[in-house]
Ligand binder design. Structure first.
Ligand SMILES: Nc1ncnc2c1ncn2[C@@H]1O[C@H](COP(=O)(O)OP(=O)(O)O)[C@@H](O)[C@H]1O
Ligand SMILES: [Mg+2]
Length: 286
C-alpha cells in the first residue's frame, strides 16, 4: 500500500482526484461504483504482477497504467521471461529450472552445467524472497528447499559477478541509470528493505559503450516482452567480459518517495507529481 499512498498523494498534489483502493474481496463492485477514468496500479506481487488485475480491468473496460496481462505474466515468471530474452539474443545468465521432487541426478547435472557458485531463486517471486547464492552442493539443496517455499518452480542460475544496474523506462524512454551497491554479499531482501547500507548511485561512472550496452539490452527486453508505460529492468554487467546480462523486468516498480523509479525520474528533472501525472495520462491515452 505504501506505493499506492505515495502515488495518490502525488496525484492529489497535482490537482487530480485520486482515490486509494485495496485489491481485496469485492473490489470489482467498488470499482464499478466509482467508475474511475483510469486505475493507477501501484501494487506488488501475485495478482498485481501476474496479469490478474490487468485482465479484470480489461474486462471491466477500465483503463489502467502499466503493462497488459500478457507482458505482466511473462515478466513475473522468470522462466518465461528468460525464454523471451534468449529467443531475442538478449544476454541473460544461463539457467536450469527444476520442480519440487527433482531427483539427485537432475540436480547434479544442473550444478555441473552451471558451476558453483550459482544463484537459486523462485521463478515467480519478487523482493529477493527465497533468493540465495549457493557455494556448495549442500547450499544448492538448502537453497532449493527455501525457494520452493515461494514457488513450485525454482531457477538455478549461473552466478554473474559484476556491477548491478537498474534501468527505469518511461513510455519507451530510458531514464538515467542507477547503480545498486549492496553492502551485503548480494541484493537480499534485508539489503533491499531492511535498514542496511545499500547505496544507490545515479548516473554512475561507466564507459559510453558499457552504458549503451546496459540501456540497449534493457530496452530490448522491454520491447520483446511487450511492456507498456513503465518498467524497471535489472541488469548485471559482468566483470569478466563486460556483458550486460538482463536479470529481470519489474512491470510494477515501487513508487514510494525512496523507490528507484521516482529516483531515476528525479534525475531526469521529473518530479514525483509530474511522473505520476504522466503515467496516468498514458493510461488515458491507451
Ligand atoms: N545470476 C545472478 N548473478 C549474480 N547475482 C544475481 C543473479 N541473479 C540475481 N542476483 C542478485 O540477487 C538479487 C535478486 O534476484 P532477482 O532475480 O532480481 O530476484 P527478485 O525478483 O527477488 O528481485 C539481484 O538483485 C542480484 O543482486
Ligand atoms: Mg530483482
Amino acid at each position: 500500500m505504501e506505493s499506492g499512498r505515495a502515488v495518490a498523494a502525488a496525484l492529489r498534489r497535482a490537482g487530480m482526484k485520486a482515490l486509494e483502493m485495496d485489491i481485496s474481496e469485492g473490489f470489482e463492485e467498488k470499482l464499478m461504483r466509482f467508475r474511475p477514468k483510469a486505475a493507477f496500479l501501484a501494487l506488488h506481487g501475485g495478482f498485481g504482477e501476474d496479469g490478474g488485475i490487468q485482465r479484470a480491468l480489461d474486462s471491466m473496460g477500465i483503463a489502467y497504467t502499466g503493462s497488459g496481462p500478457m507482458a505482466s505474466l511473462v515478466s513475473m515468471d522468470k522462466e518465461i521471461s528468460k525464454r523471451a530474452f534468449i529467443k531475442k539474443g538478449i544476454p541473460s545468465p544461463r539457467c536450469v529450472c527444476l520442480s519440487e521432487g527433482a531427483g539427485f541426478a537432475e540436480l547434479e547435472r544442473a550444478v555441473r552445467e552451471l558451476g558453483l557458485p550459482l544463484v537459486v531463486k523462485p521463478t515467480s517471486e519478487g523482493s529477493s524472497r527465497g533468493v540465495s547464492i549457493a557455494k556448495s552442493r549442500l547450499e544448492v539443496t538448502r537453497g532449493l528447499d527455501e525457494a520452493l517455499k515461494f514457488s513450485p518452480r525454482v531457477m538455478l542460475e549461473e552466478y554473474v559477478k559484476g556491477r548491478e544496474f537498474d534501468v527505469a523506462i518511461l513510455d519507451g524512454t530510458p531514464l538515467p541509470l542507477i547503480e545498486v551497491v549492496p553492502s551485503a554479499e548480494f541484493f537480499s531482501y534485508e539489503a533491499k528493505y531492511g535498514d542496511s547500507g545499500t547505496r544507490y548511485i545515479v548516473n554512475p561512472e561507466l564507459a559510453l559503450r558499457e552504458k549503451d550496452g546496459i540501456v540497449g539490452n534493457a530496452l530490448a527486453a522491454y520491447v520483446e516482452v511487450g511492456c507498456r508505460h513503465l518498467a524497471r529492468i535489472e541488469v548485471i554487467l559482468s566483470e569478466e567480459r563486460g556483458v550486460p546480462h538482463v536479470i529481470e523486468i519489474n512491470t510494477l516498480p515501487g513508487m514510494t518517495s525512496h523507490s528507484l523509479f521516482p529516483m531515476a525520474a528525479k534525475a531526469a528533472g521529473i518530479s514525483m507529481e509530474d511522473l505520476c501525472v504522466r503515467i496516468a495520462a498514458l493510461a488515458l491515452r491507451s
